[in-house]
Design a protein around this ligand. Structure first.
Ligand code: AMP
Ligand code: ZN
Length: 479
């Protein structure tokens, strides 16, 4: 069994990964806030998480992967102020929040599909777990960890001495308002909302005093008042409900370290009294014009824009894999076009390789793969997902004098992790010489109207995994 090393934000070092339960790994990845299209920065993070999952699977682990869909409670400011992003999106598009959420969830799933990102084992929508979130707050209340203000219910972070650890926060030096905006009723600057009221003090909408246009579409009754859950709460409630009080890995982008994940960790501790998450793993930003690509910065590019410009989404995946997930990556159209050219070359080189022998091919076993190359590749990916080094192994293999079909079989193995759809064939190169001879014989038989013989050869070819489709013009295609 090979060792996998991962950088854990909690310990600030690369540690050997050891799951809590044998060969099973529980993985939670923070999902999209579905008020707009995901941008390329967001998608970089999902590609990194997909590679992490594939690396674990490549090493023989069974991964249960949970991803949430944030369809309520994510406010425009991390300081628990501002508008709910979903409500804002609904106003922008003149639709209901439910329609907005559904539309952008589907768009997000299409992005995942285009980028060859494996679907999570379980999807969780925040609005499907409101009861669980209320129950969670009740438990924190019983432990004396919360307090109420005029605009919501807050977690008292001073009760959790280990609060600063994940982000290495300097609470002493942290002036109120430097990390988040000021809310005078908060006891500590780092306290965060568990439940936000729709209207002051948790009262309901009152047509006599409230402006109908300000009415929230999403709100629920709770023991503290009418409102909606805070954004951090959904991830704690759903991960613990689905993966248990202790689970292996929690991922997200680096921006989540200091607020979202720090707060999740505090809530988890409040509920379980434990360090719930063993591994916090974070991906660095995609940068554009020296700034973070972000919806709020108005500098964001979607996958559709790439497609409109003739860029293959998998060329974007290739571009992302060329950088280590913990390094910043600069986006530019020139760099992306270079990645597209590099990807096309790679596909062309691989398409020219002989297929592995049909028996091994069909059994799906890496019988013919080059073990030395697999060893090097595994060492790269198991070293904190070093995809640039793994791609270098691909190039080294292609340039080597290993037999063509061995190269292909090895690349089929590599692609389980890279997910670049590398196992493509050039039409004219698809068959071995023996198969080519059989196809020619069959063509001759067809021309001679010897259909019995043609069928017998077809049968033989099918036994070797080669399907022939006859075309109306007398030619053929290989499936
Ligand atoms: P959101 O939909 O805003 O909740 O973000 C979804 C994911 O994308 C989160 O894990 C963020 O940390 C991540 N993210 C946001 N901006 C970027 C960026 N520019 N580069 C990489 N990841 C990002
Ligand atoms: Zn989250």
């Amino acid at each position: 069994m090979n060792k996998v090393f991962l950088y854990n934000t909690l310990t600030r070092q690369k540690d050997e990964f050891k799951p809590l339960h044998g060969r099973k790994v529980d993985l939670y990845t923070c999902g999209p806030t579905v008020y707009n299209y995901a941008h390329l920065g967001n998608l970089r993070t999902y590609i990194f998480e997909d590679v992490l999952r594939r690396v674990l699977e490549f090493n023989g682990y069974k991964v249960k992967h949970l991803m949430n869909i944030t369809d309520v409670g994510h406010l425009t400011s991390d300081a628990d102020t501002g508008e709910d992003k979903l409500e804002k999106g609904a106003k922008r598009e003149g639709k209901s929040v439910w329609e907005i959420a559904e539309f952008y969830t589907q768009a997000f799933k299409e992005n995942l599909n285009d980028l060859n990102i494996k679907e999570p084992t379980i999807w969780c929508r925040a609005t499907d777990y409101i009861k669980e979130q209320i129950k969670f707050i009740r438990k924190l209340e019983k432990r004396g960890l919360i307090y109420k203000t005029s605009d919501g219910v807050y977690f008292d972070t001073s009760k959790y001495p280990d609060y600063p650890k994940l982000a290495r926060l300097n609470l002493e030096g942290q002036k109120e308002g430097s990390r988040v905006e000021i809310n005078k009723e908060k006891r500590n600057p780092t306290d965060f909302a568990l439940w936000k009221f729709s209207y002051a003090n948790g009262r309901s909408f009152d047509s006599a005093q409230d402006d109908a246009a300000s009415r929230r579409q999403m709100e629920w009754k709770s023991p503290w008042g009418v409102g909606f859950p805070g954004w951090h709460l959904e991830c704690s409630a759903m991960s613990i409900k689905k993966l248990g009080k202790e689970f292996d890995i929690h991922c997200g982008g680096v921006d989540h370290v200091s607020v979202h994940h720090t707060n999740e960790r505090a809530q988890n501790w409040g509920l379980t009294g434990k360090e719930s998450v063993k591994w916090w793993v974070h991906g660095e930003f995609l940068i554009i014009n020296e700034g973070k690509m972000a919806k709020s910065e108005g500098n964001f590019i979607t996958l559709q824009t790439l497609k409109d410009r003739g860029i293959n989404p998998l060329a974007y995946r290739y571009f992302v894999l060329q950088a280590h997930y913990r390094s910043k990556l600069n986006f530019s159209w020139e760099a992306l076009q270079a990645a597209q050219a590099g990807y096309d070359n790679l596909i062309r080189d691989i398409a020219g390789l002989e297929p592995p022998t049909p028996r091994l091919w069909r059994s799906g076993k890496p019988g013919q793969a080059c073990n030395t190359c697999l060893g090097k590749f595994t060492q790269a990916i198991n070293d904190d997902l070093n995809t640039p080094a793994a791609l270098a192994v691909v190039q080294e293999l292609l340039k080597s004098d290993k037999p063509s079909s061995k190269k292909r079989q090895t690349i089929i193995e590599f692609d389980k992790v890279l997910g670049l759809n590398l196992n493509q064939y050039k039409k004219e190169k698809v068959v071995s010489r023996e198969v080519e001879k059989l196809i020619k014989e069959r063509q001759t038989a067809r021309q001679n109207r010897d259909f019995k013989k043609a069928d017998e050869i077809r049968q033989k070819l099918e036994e070797q995994g080669i399907k022939i489709k006859d075309l109306p013009d007398g030619g053929y295609e290989i499936d």
